[in-house]
Ligand binder design. Sequence first.
Ligand code: MN
Length: 245
Amino acid sequence: MSSLSRRHLFGAAAAIIATAAAPRVFAQAPAPAAAPAGPFGLPPLNYPFSALEPHIDAKTMEIHHDRHHAAYVANLNAIAKANPQLATSAVPDVLGNLNALNDDIKFAVRNNLGGHANHTMFWEIMGPNGGKPEGEVLAAIDRDLGGLEKFQTDFNAAGGRQFGSGWVFVTVAKDGKLAIETRPNQDSPIMDGKRALLGNDVWEHAYYLNYQNRRADYLKAWWNTVNWSKIAERYAAAKSGTLGI
Ligand code: MN
């Protein structure tokens, strides 16, 4: 690829990325992505857009999945055209070694692969009829986070304190220890060699249609959408070292 076309490619990608990264991205959401034009794919939702109502409305889910997450995937495919190793490496290997990337793509990969990983986890750990924590996960919550009630209160408070766009996570170490941690923008615990057991998206695009500026109400209601059996699977995978994203 000539340097001219390379600049053109990254100029175009940067324009898309700038749109996707803007704080008020909801109002600026790009049109739904067309069929995959590269190695990265948008993971399908395993439940209808309306499945999480009334806690998360169907329109928010549709825009969030089909436009916001799709934009991260489209951006990754644009970057991967000139950087095919991006798609052939495991996501944790890339996110855990961002400094190994060339400066011209480092920021875009951080935002878009981080966003892809965070949202892939997010769709997975939500669903209708999510049940309650039990077994090893509940024992770990009791041991490390002060019990379910204190954990949810602390998690909501951390999500409320995250200034601007970002995420609130429960990270899980290889020994199974849990911790509440926030990250700005689309940063992921994977970037620090950790894994997210679960996480909630506190970007305005995740809740603004239904909750406007009432992030605290969204954080509280979100617990009704959490799929605890999936989280139990993720916890077991994290302890056995097989949890990818
Ligand atoms: Mn989001």
